[in-house]
Each structure stands twice: as structure tokens, then as C-alpha cells.
Design a protein around this ligand. Structure first.
Ligand SMILES: *[C@@H]1O[C@H](CO)[C@@H](O)[C@H](O)[C@H]1NC(C)=O
Ligand SMILES: *[C@@H]1O[C@H](CO)[C@@H](O)[C@H](O)[C@H]1NC(C)=O
Ligand SMILES: *[C@@H]1O[C@H](CO)[C@@H](O)[C@H](O)[C@H]1NC(C)=O
Ligand SMILES: *[C@@H]1O[C@H](CO)[C@@H](O)[C@H](O)[C@H]1NC(C)=O
Ligand SMILES: *[C@@H]1O[C@H](CO)[C@@H](O)[C@H](O)[C@H]1NC(C)=O
Length: 427
């Protein structure tokens, strides 16, 4: 019985696990990091405490435009799951979606706000019999309701978790559009506004990727179904209260609005060089990151001469990533470096990505420490039919030098570190 169930489950989900790679041209790094020492407003927020409200409010308060770059969009009511070989759910059910960002986006579209979403291809509507017979998913629903949706093609995979509202406000975070990311994980994000140098940069990267994207295909629905999809009645945006994790450190939202040194940059464009130079020049580093994989990162840390404090996720979702991380953690362990893992039985994943250099400079990223998010070597990234192909992610990164921000990230680091445990390789 259990074997049968597992087989059915595997058959139904197997074609959804890997996203399709649409890159068909060599991408050459083109976006140099942009720095500012002017005034900027930075708002820090974290899962599971405040991220859902902060990101939903951002969309609710949009006046003109919303641009989103996100790996995927998961339904909170199983409309992005397969059941008995059928992917999606009915149009009527999808309209009752409980993911508040979906609710806010549908209202935005119906309120005349220009909504653009770029994402990976985890599935193609209509392909392989999925989403036929009136079945739908959140992105198809939004696309038919009036949002513009595209597949990402620039490099292998869109890994940014990014939203820009009305041009001048950008959010950059580790947060997937999934219930787990908002409610069950530790995650970290910032909202950047009040500084056009920074938001112009993220807008330019978005426009480039958007212009290279290909349209999300939609399938045909009956007139009765289309009536539900295009119903312009506003729906309630309901933000559930944060999950309580007894004993956890509960963060609050902090906004710092003052002159500070900041740098925004994108991966893969010169990101490794930017990060490595600052790490090499530093003499102490706190790292709070989901995972560390691959030889370059491992060697960089293994050779770090300053004071190094590492906190990584106890659990890693992807099996290949997990195996690669274990190799790295064992290498570091064998060189006398302590690897601290996050508390068991608390968050599902500790998926945030940030590091603090010299008690002064905070880096926050949508990417992990590994070759796909921070590739070293050539700045040419050919498509997958080339023998020089590398699996490469698009990410956003921000560097911030401000004592109030340093305190926010350091305090969280210390609290989560205290709840964690030291890793020992299995003998
Ligand atoms: C890559 O795909 C895009 C969009 O489908 C197309 O316009 C372009 O010509 C393709 N480039 C190559 C080199 O095939
Ligand atoms: C993030 O979202 C992507 C796409 O929805 C998914 O494949 C990936 O596993 C998610 N990562 C985590 C840690 O939840
Ligand atoms: C459809 O199925 C084929 C064969 O199993 C697979 O190669 C392809 O990726 C699937 N397409 C989508 C969009 O899931
Ligand atoms: C130091 O760097 C070298 C060359 O990159 C590498 O071979 C070595 O493994 C690194 N040492 C540690 C302890 O990681
Ligand atoms: C870090 O800097 C803050 C003030 O900027 C200071 O209060 C604190 O003692 C410093 N911590 C360490 C470990 O140097």
C-alpha cells in the first residue's frame, strides 16, 4: 500500500520537480555593482515574524506598477499540486486562494495597476495533460486576469526573490512565494527606497530579464470560467498571524533612513569578485546562510585568516545540495572551523542569506554561497547545449554599512546561534 502510494505520488510530481531551462544565448556579465553614499531608507524584515505582512503591504500600497521576479508561486490551497495526475485546481477554487500576496496581486490587476511577473518554468499550462479540464494555477489565473507573466531565459534559473513597486521601492529577500517560506522558515529581506541609484539598478536588471523573457502560455477556459477569472470584485486580503515558535527569537521590523554606504549588485555579474574582495579584506565575519557548497567557497573559508563564525541551516531541501554542503562542512571541520547548525525542531529551513564583516558591513543576498549563485572564473555564461555550460542563477545582493542595521543582523545572528548546535561529521 505504502509503495503504491509513493509510486503514484512520484509519477504525478516527477515532471514538476525540475524547472525547464530556456536560456538559448550566451549571457555576458553586464551589470557592474552600483554604490551610493547618499541617503537611503532600508527596512529589515524576517520570516517567520514579519515577512508576510511587509511584503503583502508593499503590494497592497502600490499605486502604479508592480514588478516581481520570483522562482515560482505556490498556492496555499493545493492549486500548485498534483492529485491523481491532475495539476492545479478549479477556477472557482483558485479564486479563493489564501496566499495573501495572490489576493493583493489580483486586486492590483483589477484596480488598474500594471503587474509584471517573471518566473521559472516549473510547468507549462496545457502540456502533458496538466491543467486541462478547467484546472488552473495562481500564475495562469493572474495572467488571464490581466497581469503580464513571463518565463525567465537570461541564465539557467531565476533565483531572485524581488519586487519593485512604483519604480522607487524594491524588496530583496530570500523568501520564496510559498507558505513554508513565509510561515515556517527563518528568512531575511530588506525594502530599499528613497535612493534612485539603488532602485534604478534593480529596475535595469529587471527590464533586461523581462525583455529577454518569453510569454507564459495560457490555455482556454469556458465562458463561465472566464467570468470567474475576470471578476473585478475586490477580494479581502487576509494576512494570518505569524506562526509561534516557543523559545525562538522574535524579530521586529526596523527602518533606518539616513545617509549610508550601500552597494547593489546582481548575480552572476561580478558578484563573486565583489564579495570575495571584501571578505579577503576583512578580519572578522559572521555568516548566517542556508547552505555553503562548492570548492571555491569552501576554500575561501578554509583559508580565511580572521575570526570566522558560521551558522547554517540544519536541513537542506535539495539532496545534491545537501551532499555538496556536507563535503564542505566536513572539509572546514577537519581544518578546525566550527560549523554551527540551526536549532532542530524549530524552523523548517533556515533559508536567510546574510553575513557581517568587521562588525560593520552587512551583506544580504537572495543567493547562497556556491558556484551557481556566485560563480568564479569567466564572465561568459553559455546556454546548456555548450560544453562550457555552467548552472547559473540570477540573484540580487545588497551591501549596507550602517551601525543600526549591523545591530539588527548581529542580534538575530547571536540569538539564533545560541539556539543552534555544533556540527560533527558522522564517523
Ligand atoms: C532565443 O529565444 C528567443 C525567444 O524565443 C528568440 O527570439 C531568439 O532568437 C533565440 N536565440 C537563439 C540564438 O536561438
Ligand atoms: C524555493 O522555491 C523553488 C520554486 O518554487 C523551489 O524549487 C525550492 O525548493 C524552494 N526552496 C526552498 C528552500 O523552499
Ligand atoms: C512533458 O513530459 C515530457 C516527457 O515526460 C517531459 O520531457 C517534459 O519536460 C514535460 N513537459 C512539461 C512542461 O512538464
Ligand atoms: C586554501 O586554498 C587552496 C587553493 O585554493 C585550497 O587548495 C585549499 O584547500 C584551501 N585550504 C583550506 C583549508 O580550505
Ligand atoms: C560592534 O560595534 C558596536 C557599535 O557599533 C559596539 O557596540 C560593539 O561592542 C561592537 N562589537 C564587537 C564585537 O566589536
Amino acid at each position: 500500500m505504502r509503495v503504491l502510494l509513493l509510486t503514484v505520488l512520484l509519477l504525478c510530481t516527477v515532471f514538476l520537480v525540475q524547472s525547464q531551462d530556456f536560456q538559448n544565448e550566451t549571457y555576458v556579465s553586464k551589470f557592474e555593482p552600483v554604490s551610493s553614499n547618499g541617503k537611503a531608507s532600508i527596512t529589515t524584515y524576517f520570516s517567520p515574524d514579519t515577512s508576510l505582512k511587509v511584503e503583502t503591504d508593499l503590494i497592497v500600497n502600490a499605486k502604479e506598477s508592480i514588478d516581481i521576479a520570483i522562482p515560482g508561486m505556490d498556492s496555499w490551497i493545493y492549486c500548485t499540486d498534483s492529485y491523481q495526475g491532475v495539476y492545479g485546481c478549479t477556477v472557482a477554487k483558485q479564486r479563493t486562494e489564501t496566499f495573501p500576496i495572490f489576493q493583493a496581486l489580483l486586486n492590483a490587476v483589477n484596480g488598474g495597476i500594471k503587474v509584471r511577473i517573471i518566473t521559472n518554468n516549473y510547468y507549462t499550462p496545457g502540456a502533458n495533460g496538466s491543467c486541462s479540464d478547467g484546472q488552473i494555477d495562481p500564475l495562469s489565473f493572474l495572467a488571464l486576469a490581466g497581469a503580464e507573466v513571463k518565463y525567465f531565459t537570461t541564465v539557467t534559473y531565476l533565483h531572485s526573490k524581488y519586487c519593485n513597486v512604483d519604480g522607487g521601492t524594491s524588496s530583496i529577500s530570500s523568501i520564496n512565494y510559498s507558505q513554508t517560506s513565509f510561515m515556517k522558515n527563518r528568512e531575511a529581506g530588506v525594502i530599499v527606497s528613497g535612493n534612485d541609484d539603488l532602485t534604478d539598478f534593480t529596475n535595469q536588471v529587471f527590464e533586461y530579464d523581462w525583455n529577454h523573457g518569453i510569454p507564459w502560455p495560457t490555455i482556454t477556459y469556458t465562458p463561465a470560467e472566464m467570468k470567474i477569472i475576470t471578476d473585478k470584485t475586490m477580494i479581502d486580503v487576509v494576512i494570518p498571524s505569524p506562526t509561534s515558535f516557543p523559545g525562538s527569537y522574535v524579530t521586529t521590523v526596523t527602518t533606518v533612513n539616513e545617509a549610508m554606504d550601500t552597494t547593489v549588485f546582481t548575480s552572476p555579474d561580478f558578484a563573486w569578485e565583489q564579495v570575495k574582495a571584501d571578505i579577503d579584506a576583512s578580519s572578522s565575519m559572521l555568516v548566517y546562510i542556508y547552505q555553503i557548497t562548492g570548492p571555491s567557497w569552501c576554500d575561501l573559508l578554509g583559508n580565511y585568516s580572521g575570526s570566522l563564525t558560521i551558522l547554517v541551516s540544519d536541513v537542506i531541501f535539495d539532496e545534491a545540495d545537501y551532499e555538496s554542503a556536507v563535503l564542505c562542512y566536513n572539509h572546514l571541520y577537519n581544518n578546525g572551523i566550527t560549523i554551527r547548525k540551526t536549532a532542530k525542531n524549530m524552523y523548517t529551513y533556515s533559508h536567510q542569506k546574510y553575513w557581517v564583516l568587521d562588525n560593520k558591513t552587512v551583506y544580504l543576498s537572495t543567493g547562497n554561497w556556491g558556484e551557481t549563485d556566485f560563480p568564479d572564473g569567466s564572465s561568459d555564461f553559455p546556454p546548456s547545449d555548450s560544453s562550457d555550460w555552467r548552472k547559473i542563477n540570477r540573484d540580487f545582493n545588497i551591501k549596507m554599512v550602517d551601525p543600526k542595521l549591523t545591530a539588527v543582523y548581529t542580534n538575530l545572528f547571536k540569538a539564533d546561534y545560541a539556539l543552534g548546535f555544533d556540527y560533527h561529521p558522522y564517523k
